[in-house]
Design a binder for this molecule. Sequence first.
Ligand SMILES: Cc1ncc(COP(=O)(O)O)c(C=O)c1O
Length: 449
Amino acid sequence: MTKEEILRLDRRHVWHPCTQEKDHEALPPIPIARGDGAYLYDFDGKGYIDGVSSWWVNLFGHNHPRLNRALSKQAGKVAHHIFAGFTHEPAATLAARLCELAPPGLEKVFFTDNGSAAVEAALKMSFQYWRQTGQGEKTRFVSITEAYHGETLGALSVGGCGLYKDIYQPLLLDGFQVQGPDCFRCPYGCERESCNAECFAAMEEVVAEHHRQIAAVIIEPLIQCAAGMRIYPPIYLKKLRELCDRWRIHYIADEIAVGFGRTGRLFANEHAGVSPDLLCLSKGITGGYMPLSVVLTRQEMYDAFYDDYATLKAFLHSHSYSGNPLACALACEVLNIFTEEKILEKMVPKMAILASQKHRFEALPQVGEFRQLGLVGAIELVRDKVGKTPYPWQERRGYAVYRKALEKGALLRPLGNVVYFMPPLTIEKADLSRLVDIAYEAIVEVTAD
Ligand SMILES: Cc1ncc(COP(=O)(O)O)c(C=O)c1O
């Protein structure tokens, strides 16, 4: 098909995710012809550096030879089969390898098929665990402000981004939303690098008062991604682990976005040296090839569901594509690539390139902060640097940066006033530098007034 034919059909029949479709009147979607490494190419051969790993899923670049081979090899055996009553080598291998690599104490893997589904499963599992261990009053969940855990109703209930959630409020679960860390505008006047997570007091207060009703606390470890790559220190997670232990509450870590190397470690919890009770993983798990997600948990959780059928204690949660063999085969290959190709070691100089940008970006009058963890970097645009006043959201400065960057050959997808980088971990250093330069130029042009 020509790009015009694709666009005609698209305009007529497709409803794109997370998009005001009317924006396509001015800027139609770009038909992509192929991908190669960190680049996506359109039908005119123009390349775009995928600065956001296509919604944070791509780990090792597009059209990856090893992942392509793993996919077709598994397709030649079996693409999909029911995962209740049957199993297969890629799922069994993947489960075992994840348990080896994950923070200690996580020994069981429940398969789901996208990030939100993993969050739903983790919430339900926690809830049911307490019912089946004689503490049925523990029915509510704690999350933090600006949290993002997906778009399904349970996941939205524990989310904190008004933009996605507010309209659905009447449909949502009644939980506790605690003021979370906000290091850029820290109300305690502390620095991210040296603080003692003074802001954790808000969490302590709510949990101490309501622990009898609380099943779990759910959090995105170290980076609240959708909130604008809000980075907070590991001490917050250490305190959270202690608090959950003290009051017998589950700690659910949503590493759907930050897992698989994004923060410089395989899992973000490693920075804090803590293990959650439930760990949700997705996105990078297949290198960005297929939808797959998992919930890792402890033996004790599993045991609370293990009984004669007639007790009705089983976890009766399933998705048609749970444990899909193609996706699991890809995920096994992703783990092979991590170790065999020393991905985490090779990220170090690229992390240094990002770190070296701090002074450059912060010298701009409209940049409030450049923050970074691992291969995630974020630039927060402000209307007034001293007061850290944000640009009004209606001005859509981030969207203007998106459009400028596209012209210049980069895919950035700012979150409100936050322009960020979350490129494939294998991006070439020269491409990373180019990506950063494009963002710089775009920001200068968009904030010139
Ligand atoms: C932290 C986090 N949790 C959950 C999700 C939901 O994942 P999915 O989009 O696959 O449903 C996302 C997606 O961005 C996420 O960033």
